[in-house]
Design a protein around this ligand. Structure first.
Ligand code: HAM
Length: 424
């Protein structure tokens, strides 16, 4: 026997049974995005490596440690996209979208790749549902974006998720704050973990959300960014908070939440699930404002804001609810004798064209084995066809989960089943 070849570590198959949960998430997300006026954009999974180095930032874990980077046959350095914001902004610039419309609202769904240490809810290929809006620097846009993320979770029926909110300032106030932070952490340098000692030089803000207990203790006494915002950032943040409150969206201020990507300015937010199934990977959504990214990628001076949700994490939470996402076939058609087979196949074809979900067993076999199969599929009804039924044009329609069989005209089956409500 040949040796089995396993799938790549951290990259998962989604089989029937699970895939229906994914489809539910995708469908609900599309519906809500549409209601908010967001339109879908699809970008390639591979981009020029320079896009992420410049967009996401060289000093970030994502670019520094986690990218799948390779050279193609033409000697170009390409990377599997680790996130969707930089590619969307690249497309926005490349197609001069700002010349065509002052405000652009996009969403996307698709796989991202990060070479991360794996644990529950953290994978090397994962799917994101993201949204980005370009063209409005006003706090109203921040509130809309956050509301969109919250409404998507509501549409999915997910509870126990809390919104964490912060402002990480802009070029006017962040440098001075960073200096204060470095002063604070320098005093505790030896107590910081290896990663944070390196962050002290490269990206001191990131020390604030280090998961290491020792670093967290030192970060607890660090100066808060919310006390260091300049007047512009402070007023912006106040208005975002006021608008969220007016929309009835509760939030928790989290001055230590700084996000792991370099492009953010001002508003940053995350949706954190309290469910233990996700363990430390509790962020189901992360996002924020990025007013300089489009310009840094060679485009016009257009502000942006967005978020992305981890689809696997949403699916893990939904799977816990044990809801029936797959549904069941409307009808199973069994044949009582081989002679009825061909006519039965034609009838099944007509029923499917009429919109019914119809299952059969192509292996034929005894009526008993077909009925066993019917039961296994979970079909709501079964119809047994023999020569007599076909010549008479009627047959017994048998409810599979309780109820009396009744004789029905074969041509009326689609109408009857569509009228029947699926049992809850
Ligand atoms: P992010 O926080 O890196 O932000 O990722 C957003 C979400 O993707 C996370 O909250 C999590 O649910 C999911 N996620 C991230 N990494 C993994 C992983 N290895 N396995 C499973 N799920 C994961 C961004 O990617 C930004 N581009 C979000 C954004 C859009 N900001 C502005 N616009």
């Amino acid at each position: 026997m040949s040796q089995k070849i396993a799938g790549v570590k951290g990259m998962n198959d989604v089989l029937p049974g699970e895939v229906e949960v994914w489809q539910f998430v995708e469908q609900k997300a599309r519906e809500v995005c549409r209601r908010f006026g967001y339109r879908e954009v699809r970008t390639p999974v591979v981009e020029d490596t320079a896009l992420f180095v410049r967009g996401v930032g060289e000093g970030t874990d994502i670019v520094g440690k986690e990218m799948y980077t390779f050279e193609d046959k033409g000697g170009r350095s390409l990377s599997l996209r680790p996130e969707g914001t930089a590619p969307a902004a690249r497309a926005y610039v490349e197609h001069s979208v700002s010349n065509q419309e002052p405000i652009t609202r996009w969403y996307y769904l698709g796989p991202m790749f990060r070479y991360e240490r794996m644990k529950a809810g953290r994978y090397r290929q994962f799917s994101q549902l993201g949204a980005e809006a370009y063209g409005a620097k006003e706090p109203a846009q921040d509130a809309e974006m956050i509301e969109l993320s919250v409404r998507i979770l509501e549409a999915l029926g997910l509870q126990g998720v809390s919104l964490h909110l912060n402002s990480i300032g802009d070029n006017a106030c962040r440098p001075a704050y960073q200096k204060k932070l470095v002063d604070h952490f320098q005093g505790h340098r030896a107590e910081l973990c290896q990663d944070c000692q390196a962050r002290l030089e490269r990206n001191p803000l990131r020390i604030l959300d280090c998961k290491n207990e020792g670093c967290r203790a030192i970060a607890r006494d660090a100066p808060s960014i919310l006390d260091a915002l300049c007047e512009g950032c402070r007023a912006h943040f106040e208005e975002v908070k006021r608008r969220l409150t007016a929309l009835g969206i509760p939030f928790e201020l989290d001055p230590r939440m700084v996000r792991g990507l370099d492009y953010y300015t001002r508003t940053a937010f995350e949706l954190l699930a309290s469910d233990p199934v996700l363990g430390t990977a509790s962020a189901v959504c992360g996002g924020g404002r990025y007013d300089r990214l489009v310009k840094e990628l060679g485009g016009p001076d257009v502000p942006g804001i967005g978020f992305a949700m981890g689809v696997e994490r949403l699916c893990l939470l939904l799977a816990e609810q044990k809801r029936d996402f797959a549904g069941a076939p409307d009808l199973f058609v069994a044949t009582a004798d081989a002679k009825a087979d061909e006519a039965a196949v034609k009838l099944v074809s007509q029923y499917r064209s009429a919109g019914l979900w119809v299952e059969t067993d192509p292996r034929g076999g005894s009526l008993k084995s077909q009925m066993k199969r019917a039961d296994k599929t979970g079909a709501r009804f079964a119809l047994v066809l023999g020569e007599r039924e076909l010549s008479e044009g009627s047959a017994e329609l048998k409810p599979m989960r309780g109820g009396e069989p009744r004789r029905v005209a074969l041509g009326e089956v689609p109408g009857i089943l569509r009228g029947e409500k699926a049992p809850a």
